[in-house]
Design a protein. Sequence first.
Length: 383
Amino acid sequence: MKYIDEFRDGELARRIAARITAEARPDRSYHLMEFCGGHTHAISRYGIKDLLPENVEMVHGPGCPVCVLPIGRIDNAIELATEHGAIVCTYADTMRVPASGGLSLMKAKARGADIRMVYSAADALKLAQDNPQREVVFFAIGFETTTPPTAIVIRQAQALGLANFSVFCNHVLTPAAITHILESPEVRELGTVPLDGFIGPAHVSTVIGSQPYEYFAEEYQRPVVIAGFEPLDVMQAILMLVRQLNEGRAEVENEFTRAVTRDGNEKAKSLVADVFELRPSFEWRGLGEVPYSALRIKEVYADFDAERRFGIVYRPVADNKACECGAILRGVKKPTNCKVFGSVCTPENPIGSCMVSSEGACAAHYTYGRFKDVAIKAAEVVG
């Protein structure tokens, strides 16, 4: 199929890898952060790391929306169902994110809470129409990609006069997170997390365009290449970043030209601007409080804001002490640096959020990389 099979051509991938190896200078290292969880998944699934020379290192970023949800927000969603009797609707991956007291949305559902998995925000709106006697809350999460559909259902609910529907908004913003990482002590002061460039997110960029990344290239002198999620997209983006770094350039380049423009989707951005406004601050798992990094519902749509309707009070909750998700999301550690990875913490029994979604670094490595780790260790023992 066009844009699928042709972007998974193994022979072409090896040729791009040979070009990367030829052009990567042996006297320097290249530390490239793939910000988006979709890229993390592709890198693990297709063995891209194995095709790269040793001095080209991929660093995982906080680009998995499920992974960056703090525990306190999951607790709030559970409270909406257990204490306020609401039907809480959300996407599938969110159901298994660990909350306080050994709970998750899935476990709360098993104990009797009315929590339902939906495929879209529109499904939640339909549930509210079909259950006029019940409060229905859509637990909205995600980056800029999933924000426009949430804006649409809020406007539809207002047009319909749907008094039993509201949204618990947890939409977060990509550029603010990238800024926070570049301003972090590990990157800016200590240098313990060297970052030379970024692979920019694909789906997010179809909405916001490539223009917002120009600030990072100019202010922080870090090149950004926006890439699609297919293996050849990622390989080509790595080659483009290596070339920029070799030439001393720090620019925004767009590999994903088949879907991304400089200005993005103007209609989607207009919808979001109509319904949402910036929060002064929002907690991200692993990053802590990040200024102006999330959205809240505007006053004109306050009737459909679950935080206002139910008086939700957010309380920060510390992560499990054994879990290294926070450090992994910041690029400080890798999944295999976590003592509970693959033993206590598995996709079936996740201790941290990075093991929940297929886009999480731990889940991706558990699925595609752990057997290679075992083989390497075995070879070292035999050797």
